[in-house]
Design a protein. Structure first.
Lengths: 142, 417
């Protein structure tokens, strides 16, 4: 699935769910299904600054693709984190950097989080792009 | 102006009538009638306060204390009347023992800076408690560092009660004791009289952070024999940006000024400035006139309702809340279990649910609570928890709102469990 296709799928899923509690249930469920993050990656450096909840994000570069893993200590945010991981994982740094990210706004994810927490979304997106940028630079050197 | 005295029926308050004094309580949030339970952060404002401030700007706005003109004199009279109301509210011996500040935080910073400059030396100590808000820790840490002094801490037990067995030993070498009347994070009422009396036996003055007390309990500074007391207007139904520092005359006279500027001077030459008398010595610059008048109106409102009546009414809602909340699976109260030992605040956790998640789902149901460490990280560390959910009450909260809270928590627990 491309970055665009995964975003569109999430948008469609949220449109299908009418009530706020069903949407939360969906988010929480996404969080529960997220592949567990290796405990050794839950380091101080991997914490996303700007998140009121604790969010860890790490990345690996395998066969020209970036693979993200992440976790959070709160369930709702973990669901959001899971969406980011699924949208961006398994794509090349170039694809990640070129991607137009519209699912957060389209779904209205900010409204599911108090403003202090939605600031963390921007920080998370920035960190994802920074990983992609770093791996792109690395791949160009090789 | 509202006439809150009409809402007193015997010793009971007519809460439905009181709610009508607070226009914001009619709001709907996400389609639900707002349940506002973040009163320890800030309370809502009654019409009496809104009208008094509006009236001030519409009719008598002018700079105070200096002008010879009519408006300035009227504004001065109104502001000084507000000071007298505060003095009466606290039962201060003198009106000039009431200093207007920006709030509790500034009041504490004022004492920390001025007291520290004159009385703290290397090797001295300042004693605080383990249940303080950051604003009653950090100013003391800062001044201690500057003066080479150290901070000591009165410990707290599992129920949120201060452990006073070692208080005499702890007071050795202490130059000032600063602690809160009611903990903002747990809501426990601290044994103020015992601590003040013991501190005085050791010759140490006491600053009481009453930010979470004056809206719930009668506070009499002479009866408490407290040396300094701080509170914020916005937590007792008054406007934001203004607060009070009460200080005994003898102490305020001993302290050097905090900030320099207009109002606080008698004469200024480039060689030497002589300072104004109390209270103006500590009120540099143009004061928050509308704020003073708004705070005065808030105090009048509280006095018309009667603090004893407010306390009784809130206690009944608090007891009811604790009863219904205890029935929820996994509900864990942090701090004292007995409603009589707490004022205004219910701090809790439910199962393993993170307080942020719980707060978020409550918000979606129109219920406003606080989540997190409540600016009291050392308290949370003491209990080894990242934070709590805090529901805090005001006089306008009802039992049916507590039912909404309980139902909201159950719904959240089902989603997040």
């Amino acid at each position: 699935m491309t970055i665009k296709e995964q975003q569109d799928e999430y948008i469609a899923d949220f449109e299908f769910l009418e009530d706020w509690d069903q949407r939360y249930e969906y988010l929480i469920d996404l969080g529960k299904k997220l592949a567990p993050m290796d405990e050794k990656d839950k380091t101080e450096e991997n914490i996303i600054k700007g998140c009121l909840s604790t969010v860890w994000l790490s990345a690996e570069y395998r066969n020209g693709k970036v693979c993200f893993s992440a976790d959070s200590n709160t369930q709702i945010i973990k669901g959001v984190v899971s969406m980011f991981v699924h949208v961006f994982s398994g794509h090349s740094p170039q694809e990640i950097l070129a991607a137009e990210v519209y699912f957060v706004e389209k779904i209205g994810l900010q409204s599911y989080l108090t403003s202090n927490r939605s600031n963390g979304l921007i920080a998370m997106l920035k960190q994802i792009k920074l990983y992609a940028l770093a791996y792109q630079a690395k791949s160009l050197q090789q | 102006m509202g006439n809150a005295v009409m809402h007193v029926v015997g010793r009971r308050l007519d809460v439905a009538a009181i709610r009508k004094d607070f226009p914001i309580l009619e709001r709907k949030v996400y389609g639900y009638p707002l349940v506002y339970l973040d009163n320890a952060a800030t309370t809502q404002k009654p019409l009496a306060v809104l009208d008094a401030m509006d009236e001030y700007y519409r009719t008598i706005n002018a700079n105070v204390h200096r002008g010879v003109h009519y408006l300035s004199q009227q504004a001065t009279e109104a502001c000084e009347a507000a000071r007298a109301l505060v003095a009466g509210f606290l039962n201060a011996r003198h009106v000039h023992e009431v200093i207007f500040t920006r709030g509790t935080t500034e009041s504490i910073n004022l004492v920390a800076a001025s007291f520290g400059k004159k009385f703290l030396n290397a090797g001295d100590r300042v004693l605080v408690s383990a249940v303080e808000h950051h604003s009653n820790i950090v100013p003391w840490q800062m001044v201690c560092e500057e003066r080479g002094a150290a901070l000591s801490v009165i410990p707290v037990d599992e129920n949120g009660e201060l452990i006073l067995d070692q208080l005499d030993q702890l007071l050795d070498g202490v130059k000032l004791v600063a602690f809160n009347y009611v903990s903002n994070s747990l809501g426990g009422i601290n044994p103020v009289r015992q601590i003040i009396a013991t501190a005085h036996r050791h010759g140490a003055p006491v600053l009481l952070d009453a930010a979470q007390a004056v809206q719930h309990l009668e506070v009499d500074v002479q009866e408490l024999d407290v040396d300094f007391l701080a509170f914020s207007s916005h937590k007792i139904y008054g406007p934001t940006g203004i607060g009070v520092l009460y200080g005994k005359e003898e102490w305020l006279n001993k302290l050097p000024p905090y900030q320099g500027g207009g109002e606080m001077i008698k004469t200024v030459t480039f060689e030497k400035t002589t300072f104004n008398d109390l209270p103006f010595k500590f009120e540099a610059g143009t004061p928050d006139m509308a704020g003073m008048i708004g705070l005065g109106a808030a105090i009048r409102y509280i006095q018309e309702l009667g603090l004893t009546n407010i306390h009784e009414t809130e206690l009944e809602v608090m007891q009811y809340a604790l009863e219904v909340l205890k029935e929820i699976d996994g509900f864990r109260l942090v701090g004292a279990m007995d409603a009589h030992h707490r004022a205004g605040v219910i701090s809790f956790l439910v199962g393993d649910i993170h307080p942020f998640d719980l707060g978020e789902v409550l918000d979606k149901q129109g219920i406003a609570v606080r989540t997190g460490h409540h600016c009291a990280q050392p308290v949370m560390d003491r209990y080894c928890i990242p934070g709590t959910v805090r529901a805090s009450l005001a006089v306008y909260n009802t039992k049916s709102e507590m039912d909404r809270l309980a139902a909201g928590i159950k719904k959240a627990a089902k989603l997040l469990g």
